[in-house]
Design a protein around this ligand. Structure first.
Ligand code: PAF
Length: 284
């Protein structure tokens, strides 16, 4: 695996691959890699000739400066983790390399960005779109791989690709979980012992709530999840919404859509965790 830090180096390496007729699979990350990221690299490796991973903690997508400061960074460990994967090229640019000038673009994702993460983290998805569109321009991948844990991000990136008419296929990959069910996230490393102990309750409760599909009303399922998770003194639900998996708008009943997903954000101390569960997915 080769590490490149500038756009120029990246371009040179990729030009050579393109000339050789290779397809490029791209996994954008913010580092602090874990099994979830490695599963994206594996998916990319199985669907492309060359895998490029980027590690860049993108300042424009952090609406909370404390969160940006706390965000875990360990390039050496990441390099080691990637060493035995199908990643051939690691792009780890500086902020100046990605943003030689401030990015003033304002995206409009309509209702997709008005709910859940978009509502609670103003500006977050604009920052995600800024960086992902720049990275896509630099890497020019055939396919790009994103985890379904960031369910809304995946929908936003797809919409961004559509709006910018980019020729890249966005591939969503399943959530990877710890053995106790907690969705893997770089932020898990920041949890205190007691919060780490409580955190699996989120996935456990989502999973239990699947038993209520068609049995209970949507609002009762929402109330159940809120009550159980908030019942743990170390957890504080920011939102739990049962939505249409395509439009991300709330559904009122189980018959309203053939793709229904429950999305949750929870504070475990000052660490914010997100997770989701698919309740119904027919012919999607
Ligand atoms: O999901 C992430 O890690 C980030 O939001 C991404 C897609 C790498 C953009 O900075």
């Amino acid at each position: 695996m080769e590490l490149v830090k500038t756009r120029q180096e990246l371009r040179e390496k990729l030009n050579a691959c393109r000339k050789a007729g290779k397809t490029v699979g791209f996994v954008p990350t913010m580092g602090a890699l874990h099994e979830g990221h490695l599963s994206l690299v594996e998916a990319a490796g199985s669907q492309s000739d060359l895998v490029v991973v980027s590690i860049f903690v993108n300042p424009t997508q952090f609406n909370d400066p404390g969160d940006l400061e706390r965000y875990p960074r360990d390039l050496n460990k990441d390099l080691q983790l990637l060493e035995n994967t199908s990643c051939e090229l690691l792009f780890a640019p500086s902020v100046e390399e990605v943003y030689p000038e401030p990015d003033k673009r304002k995206f409009d994702f309509g209702d997709l960005e008005k709910v859940m993460e978009g509502k609670h983290r103003p500006g977050h998805f604009n920052g995600v779109a800024q960086v992902v569109s720049r990275l896509f321009e630099m890497v020019n991948p055939d396919k790009a791989f994103f985890g379904q844990k960031d369910f809304q991000q995946l929908a936003i990136v797809r919409e961004m690709v559509r709006q910018l008419d980019m020729n890249v296929e966005v591939v969503g990959c399943p959530i990877i979980r710890e053995s106790d069910g907690l969705a893997m996230s770089s932020r898990n490393a920041l949890l205190t012992k007691k919060h780490r102990k409580s955190a699996p309750l989120i996935a456990k409760t989502l999973s239990e709530s699947c038993n209520f599909v068609h049995e209970k009303r949507i609002e009762d399922v929402e109330a159940f999840v809120l009550e159980v998770v908030n019942g743990d003194e170390n957890l504080d639900v920011e939102y739990f919404e049962i939505v249409d998996g395509n439009t991300l708008q709330k559904v009122d009943n189980w018959e309203e859509s053939t793709y229904i997903v429950g999305c949750i954000a929870v504070f475990a101390g000052n660490i914010r965790l997100i997770d989701n569960i698919t309740y119904i997915e027919i012919d999607h």
